[in-house]
Design a binder for this molecule. Structure first.
Ligand SMILES: *Cc1c(COP(=O)(O)O)cnc(C)c1O
Length: 409
């Protein structure tokens, strides 16, 4: 780590210990800082006036860790995907002073956080999220995570697109483990669900002109969850939306930015009011090719061929999608990542969705332009086989030959 020198908009020279990569991130942060300086008139020694920095929530005393083994009053049999607040969250920050390097992450009590009204995330949507699950192990004490490094790398990739610094893979995975252990009384019993983990990366620093924020917060909170769709494991009913799109070429559909989700609320609510489970989106150029559902990927099965839309920037590269592709290939199916048209869909035997929240969800019907198409569900379907294969690994019921699970003891 050599000492590098950054100059602010006002020409003040700011000493900063930066590596090459961190320096590039610091430049991104620096351009954001100019806006802050323009209004703050900040000093060169402290980049952000203290009162403008977002405050860390109350910190956790090392002795104040939850050691209870169960969540007490929770009705484990009726967990949906609702928000059950847990005990602790993890918070780590990074500002220009830190040269784009996160450090000093800590657990604190779960609760509200304070943000400047002019924070980048509130004004310009500079934010990313992740989603993952921790399962209780069947055989002995402890918990398992599923491919958490993949979530860490996806956050890094998204951070680049959103002009944010990101935690290292090691920091991310360590933070997730700490969050699970601190909230271990909230991990549902085997088979009843999982502890859902929600990592966030947000531009928490103040900025007025459109630019990257001068400070970033990485935060992880947790909530026990059961099934995502209220149908539970029952097949779901989708409707194709051909007038509204969730992504476009060159946009941000391929990263898990928070800005992709508020725009799908309206079509989703409309679909729900008509009795559908969710919306299936088409590509915005030809309006002919399947993309994905609001928060999960889609697959179609015809004969022994399993096809899913290729990820070319408009589809979120799901970790469940990637895992299911591998599991299906191992089981002798021909798996194709390609354009999947409406015609392919109409002709399919089976349709299913994949995602951390939904796992592998069979699709019973898809409605397109008023016409309802039916698909096979239930026993002996490809989706059911893949659901079993995936969840057995995730829940520790089958040997993990792929090294996908990470133990937390
Ligand atoms: C998160 C998400 C998925 C699923 O990704 P996983 O890594 O499998 O959880 C699919 N599509 C969208 C739009 C998503 O936000």
């Amino acid at each position: 780590m050599g000492m590098a020198v950054l100059s602010s908009a006002k020409g003040a020279v700011l000493p900063c210990a930066c590596s090459g990569r961190a320096l590039a991130l610091a430049r991104v942060l620096g351009s954001g800082l100019r806006g802050a300086f323009a209004t703050a008139g900040g000093s060169s020694s402290s980049l952000l006036p203290r009162r403008w920095a977002s405050s860390l929530p109350q910190q956790l005393e090392p002795a104040d860790r939850s050691d209870e083994e169960s969540g007490g009053e929770i009705d484990w049999d009726n967990l949906g995907f609702g928000l059950t607040p847990t005990d602790y969250m993890y918070v780590m920050r990074c500002s220009l002073e830190d040269c784009g390097v996160f450090s000093g992450g800590k657990l604190s009590r779960y609760g509200n956080i304070e943000l400047s009204p002019s924070s980048g995330v509130l004004n310009y949507g500079q934010g990313l999220f992740e989603g993952m699950k921790a399962h209780r192990r069947p055989d002995r004490a402890g918990y398992t995570l599923f491919r958490p490094e993949e979530n860490a790398r996806r956050m890094q990739h998204g951070a680049e697109r959103m002009c944010m610094p990101a935690p290292s893979v090691e920091q991310f995975v360590d933070a997730v483990k700490q969050t699970v252990l601190a909230n271990r009384r909230w991990v549902p019993p085997q088979g009843k669900g999982a502890l859902y983990l929600r990592p966030l990366l947000i531009g928490s620093g103040p900025i007025l002109g459109l630019a990257p924020a001068p400070e970033y917060t990485f935060l992880i909170y947790a909530a026990p969850v059961g099934n995502y769709f209220k149908e539970g494991l029952a097949p779901i009913n989708l409707v194709i939306e051909d007038g509204i799109h969730r992504a476009m070429p060159g946009g941000t559909g391929g990263v898990k930015t928070i800005t992709n989700y508020a725009p799908v609320l309206k079509p989703q609510m409309d679909a729900k009011s008509k009795g559908f489970t969710d919306v299936l989106y088409l590509d915005s150029v030809h309006k002919r090719y399947l993309e994905e559902v609001s928060s999960c990927n889609v697959f179609v099965v015809k004969g022994g061929v399993v096809a899913t839309p290729a990820t070319r920037g408009t589809i979120l590269p799901g970790i469940t999608r990637k895992s299911v592709i591998e599991l299906a290939t191992d089981r002798g199916y021909k798996v194709e990542e390609r354009l999947v048209s409406i015609d392919d869909l109409m002709d399919a035997d089976e349709v299913f969705c994949t995602g951390t929240a939904v796992v592998v969800a069979p699709v019973s019907t898809v409605t397109y332009q008023g016409q309802k198409y039916d698909f096979r569900t239930g026993p002996d379907t490809v989706s059911q086989k893949l659901h079993t294969a995936l969840t057995s690994i995730q829940m520790g019921l089958a040997e993990d030959k792929k090294g996908w699970t990470v133990a937390i003891d």
